[in-house]
Design a protein around this ligand. Structure first.
Ligand code: GDP
Length: 296
């Protein structure tokens, strides 16, 4: 189910209830059930859906509503707040400091969208006056450096990588050291992924992290991976302790409910979302606006 369809179903459930001539508690429970079903079909984790169900019930307190209360508004507001709550980690995201070298390391599985997203983030900070650059420490995937080089060149962003050095830790350290010396403010390090979570990937991630000492580690998560997102993000969190999530491919066929569950599982903020393959397809993530847009 795509994100827009999830929004439409939630809206329809609320509207059906609030348009009914007599709004019974049974119908109210039915609405909550329909919202929960829609969320589960969109891969939102079942425990999270349970939390949302309780939150809506306790916010509305249907049995205690005054006869002339604006039930429609109260219910709409409660649904809105409960949805915002599940995508809000209640943690402030890290912010880079001007005139300092801020190292940002990307982690994630192969194909998640790391290389594409690195450049998008670099462009975002460049537009805000930071001196930005990119380091390609993905020596695993053939063509990764070429891809980063192409993206970086198109965006006019300096980059570092090697076609001959096969040790990603060396490439990452050399690149970061070079750009630190040149007083770059945002140094984004792209690392390699694997098709699955595996020990080799995690070992490499830990080594690179130790070598470049990033101020921020970002996990890139593909919105379309569904229920797998929760376990995957937990495993990465335990190993790399990332401080932010970027969800990619939110323009795709999946609702991204799994990604929403990942946030709840790791208490880590989503900072941006990828909305397409082009460099400009990138947006800041705000829980309120995300839910507002979801509900249309
Ligand atoms: P990496 O292996 O993690 O570095 O992944 P890549 O950056 O190479 O991306 C894998 C594929 O996903 C590429 O074809 C990208 O164009 C595509 N991609 C990345 N982000 C998005 C996005 O937000 N939307 C869409 N539709 N495609 C994306």
């Amino acid at each position: 189910m795509v994100l827009q369809d999830l929004g439409k179903r939630i809206n329809a459930a609320v509207t059906d209830l609030t348009r009914a001539p007599t709004m019974s508690e049974k119908a109210f429970d039915g609405m909550i059930k329909e919202i929960c079903n829609a969320l589960m079909e969109a891969d939102v984790n079942i425990r999270l859906v349970g939390t949302l169900r309780k939150a809506i019930k306790s916010k509305v307190k249907f049995g205690e509503l005054a006869p002339h209360a604006n039930k429609r508004r109260i219910i709409q507001q409660a649904v809105f707040e409960a949805l915002v709550d599940i995508v809000n980690p209640h943690e402030k995201a890290w912010q880079p400091k001007k005139a300092k070298s801020n190292v940002i390391m990307f982690v994630g599985l192969q194909g998640a969208g790391k290389t594409t997203t690195c450049t998008k983030l670099a462009i975002y900070y460049k537009a805000r006056g930071f001196k930005v650059c990119l380091v390609c420490a993905d020596t695993f995937r053939a063509g990764a450096f070429d891809q980063l080089k192409q993206n970086a060149t198109k965006a006019g962003i300096p980059y570092y990588g090697s076609l001959t050095q096969t040790n990603p830790v060396t490439v990452a350290s050399d690149g970061v050291a070079k750009f630190k010396k040149e007083r770059f403010e945002i140094i984004i390090v792209d690392t390699s992924g694997r098709h699955q979570q595996e020990n080799a990937l995690f070992a490499e991630m830990v080594e690179i992290q130790a070598a470049v000492q990033p101020q921020q580690t970002v996990m890139v998560l593909d919105a379309s991976i569904g229920q797998a997102a929760e376990a995957q993000s937990r495993a990465f969190k335990e190993t790399a302790d990332f401080g932010a999530i970027i969800i990619t491919k939110t323009d795709g066929a999946a609702a991204g409910g799994g990604a929403i569950s990942a946030v709840a599982a790791t208490h880590t903020p989503i900072i941006f979302i990828g909305t397409g393959e082009h460099q400009s397809d990138f947006e800041s993530f705000k829980p309120e606006s995300f839910v507002k847009r979801l509900l249309g």
